[in-house]
Each structure stands twice: as C-alpha cells, then as structure tokens.
Design a binder for this molecule. Structure first.
Ligand SMILES: [Zn+2]
Ligand SMILES: [Zn+2]
Length: 299
C-alpha cells in the first residue's frame, strides 16, 4: 500500500449545524466559526453491531460502522442525520460487527474520511468497490482531526491490529468531560488498557459475557474458547475486576457495551456494577442493552 496517505494538515473549522439545529458561536481569527456542542450517541454496541457518533468542536465523526446499511441509515435518521453529514469514520478493527456498514456509508458519502491503521485498512479495502479517502494512523500514536486529539490504543484481540480510541475534546467542549475513551473487544487487560481506563472521563468499556450463560449456550466449544481466550472478549467479572482494581480513576460516566445477545443480560451487568458504584459515588453507569434499537445519548 505504498503511497497511501498519512495525515493532511488539519482542516480549518467548517460551518456545521447540529441535528437539533443548535449552533454555538465562538470567536475565530478574523472570521466567525460555528461550532457544535458536544454530543455522544451510541447507535448500538453489542456482538451484533457497533456504531457511535461523536460531535465536538468542528467535527461530526462516527466510531465504527458495524450496522448493515438499512439499520445504519435508520439509526442516523433517528438523530435527524444523514451519512453525508459525517466528516469521518474511525474503525477499530476489521470484524464485521465494526465495519460491515462501511460500503453503504461510502455510497452515500464518498468523500467520507476513513481512519484506520494500515493492517485494518488492508483487510477492509477489498470489500469496497472504490477506495475511500483513507487516513492511515499508527497504533499507539496521537493525531489530530478538526480539533479532536485522537489516541489509537492497542488492544489484545484476534484481529490484524485492533485498537480502542481516546478522543480528547477541544477546550470549548470539555464540559463536562475532557476525554472520551472507547475500549471494546479486549481479550484481557493489559497495562496500556488499564492506563487508558484510568484516564477517561467518559468511558465505554466492554462487558461481553456472563460465564454461566456462555457455558450453557449451544455455541461450539471452539467458539467458547475463542471468546474466553486472551484475544477474545472480556467477561462481566473481568470488567468488574478491572474497575475494582484501579487505585485511582477519574471517569464520571461509565457505559458498559458490546454485550453478547445470547450470553449476557443487562441486569446481570448492572448488578455487578453495584460494587463499583459503592467505591465511586460520583459515577453514572449505563448498560447498553444489546436488544435496544434506539440510540443511547450520553449527551
Ligand atoms: Zn472483534
Ligand atoms: Zn466486536
């Protein structure tokens, strides 16, 4: 893939309008720039599809596009948006529940910038009829897009080069949070993952399966082994233990996601989080129902 682009210079802030029509004016250098207020919507997160939307500063970006085209379109419509209103999509890894909607998204918005690392892009590109405006990043680095600082966090998972993302918000949008971090599809907890969990203000973290439900499920033994493996997914207990084991962490908003439809229930995750709530009184906890079809808006 020689000759693929790396990062262009940051584009100037554009005039954009929120789905709800809300516009915020901030002083610009010799011109008036219109900025969007901060908003974060989880269109869905589960083993059958992951897709979120972040609006901050001058950017409206999608995080993973793991819904089939019609579901993706319907979810955006619920927010009063169309695909062509997006500036970019950030892809965590090449599994279908994170990127199956990319062709549909690009049909509707061919100018969409697609952020991925080289190995992830390599595995996705053959499924696309024409190549999008790839924005290749290096895992482990921090880069800038329209005022957002984005860190690509290496995660242990059975994909080519999977990542989580931390989005540092522009100062004007940093109320009530400075950093939003997305970490799903984790086979185990690494020191890097623990570090980024501790630094998040808004944290989306995987709680994939209940051990007993996975045991009792009709899934083949090899799949159970893959899910439980070091490069599979975090169980509810692993996620709880990660949070209880932190000496200090600053999140005020915790969202548990990527639940398995077959092998987990929101009530189980929510009950386990009572131990975490007991240690952190200021924490608001949301468990995203894998059966929920409406966006969950954290702001
Ligand atoms: Zn995956
Ligand atoms: Zn996944």
């Amino acid at each position: 893939m020689a000759g693929w682009p790396t990062f262009p210079p940051a584009a100037p802030a554009l005039k954009r309008k929120r789905a709800n029509g809300g516009l915020k004016q901030v002083p610009g250098r010799g011109c008036i720039a219109l900025r969007m207020a901060f908003a974060f919507h989880i269109l869905g997160t589960s083993s059958s599809g992951n897709c979120s939307l972040l609006e901050a500063g001058g950017a409206r970006v999608m995080l993973d596009a793991g819904f089939q085209g019609p579901r993706l379109e319907a979810s955006l419509q619920k927010l009063g948006l169309e695909a062509r209103a997006l500036d970019a999509v950030f892809i965590t890894h090449e599994h279908a529940d994170h990127c199956v909607g990319l062709p549909a998204l690009l049909r509707q918005n061919p100018r969409l910038k697609v952020f991925a690392n080289r190995e992830t892009a390599r595995r996705i590109k053959d499924s696309l009829k024409s190549q999008p405006d790839w924005q290749l990043f290096e895992t482990g680095t921090t880069f800038e897009f329209k005022g957002l600082q984005i860190t690509a966090i290496p995660i242990p998972h059975d994909a080519a080069d999977p990542v989580g993302f931390a989005f540092d918000l522009p100062p004007e949008d940093a109320r009530p949070a400075k950093r939003l971090t997305w970490l799903t599809d984790l086979g185990h907890v690494t020191p890097v993952v623990r570090h980024h969990v501790a630094l998040a203000d808004i944290l989306v973290l995987e709680a994939n399966y209940d051990d007993e439900m996975l045991d009792l499920s009709k899934r083949p033994a090899s799949l159970k082994q893959r899910i439980r493996g070091n490069f599979g997914h975090l169980s509810n207990l692993q996620t709880r233990d990660l949070l209880l084991g932190l000496r200090e962490w600053q999140a005020t908003e915790l969202c548990l996601g990527h639940l398995s439809k077959e092998c987990n229930r929101t009530v189980i995750v929510d009950a386990l989080m009572n131990e975490v709530r007991a240690q952190k009184a200021d924490l608001r906890v949301t468990v995203v129902d894998p059966l929920e079809d409406n966006p969950v808006s954290l702001w």
